[in-house]
Write a protein of this length. Structure first.
Length: 243
């Protein structure tokens, strides 16, 4: 065998040995860890919308451990059920890893605060602090509070509403006007009747050219009419004295 053939054979043998060595290194350091790793790897089950007990049962066969991370209000998820999990469903993990979950407290509710006597702005701030908001606003007379203040709410104080619910406000326009029924004054002496009506806060008028004494012959408003203190009463006397 010539020297060149010997060198060629040695080179081929060296390349083969190098390739074998590289293969062994790759197998031991790359392929084997992956095979071993995958042998102990599991995919995280989907436990969202399950109860904690159901989630523990679902994680058990995979060797995963449930960890309760906290709670929060969520109107879309029933109270006691899982809102979110970490790692997410389908994530490949090694066994015995913890899966953190957040549990729903259900829909959040708020109590309507006492707003009687508050200004509209004050009522809005109190409702906002309670997690509620102003619905409709109406106005009506009220003897309970001054004009512009809250006289009532719908629903009333201490009612329980979902978070973000609306509360209607009734604002006072001032005290309720007193309404009187006009009596029949015909035949009564005009002077005495005038004094009695004026003492009650009414304005009493008489025709300028009419007599100022004697029994009442006509009146306006007529008997039975409803009137308030801001309406004047006109009385006309017959012009003869009552004896």
């Amino acid at each position: 065998m010539t020297a060149s053939r010997i060198r060629q054979a040695l080179a081929t043998t060296a390349v083969a040995l190098l390739a074998f060595a590289v293969g062994v290194v790759l197998f031991n350091n790359v392929l084997m860890p992956r095979i071993v790793h995958r042998a102990g790897e599991v995919r995280v089950p989907d436990v969202e919308n399950l109860t904690v007990e159901q989630a523990q049962s679902a994680l058990g066969p995979s060797g995963l451990v449930l960890s309760r991370a906290g709670e929060r209000f969520d109107a879309s998820v029933e109270r006691g059920r899982i809102i979110v999990q970490d790692p997410a469903a389908g994530t490949p993990v090694r066994g015995h890893r913890r899966v953190s979950v957040t549990v729903s407290l259900g829909e959040e509710f708020s109590s309507v605060p006492e707003l009687l006597g508050e200004t509209r702005r004050g009522a809005e701030l109190l409702l906002e602090h309670a997690g509620l908001r102003v619905g409709g606003v109406t106005r009506a007379p009220s003897d309970a509070v001054a004009e512009g203040l809250v006289a009532a709410t719908d629903p009333p104080p201490e009612s329980v509403l979902p978070r973000g619910g609306e509360v209607a406000l009734l604002l006072s326009t001032g005290a309720t006007e007193e309404v009187f029924v006009m009596p029949d004054l015909k035949g009564h002496e005009i002077g005495r009747t005038r004094k009695q009506l004026e003492a009650q806060g009414f304005v009493v008028l008489s025709p300028p050219s009419g007599p100022s004494t004697g029994p009442i012959a006509s009146q306006d408003p007529p008997p039975g009419a409803r009137l308030t203190r801001d309406r004047s009463i006109t009385l006309q006397a017959a012009g003869r004295l009552i004896r």
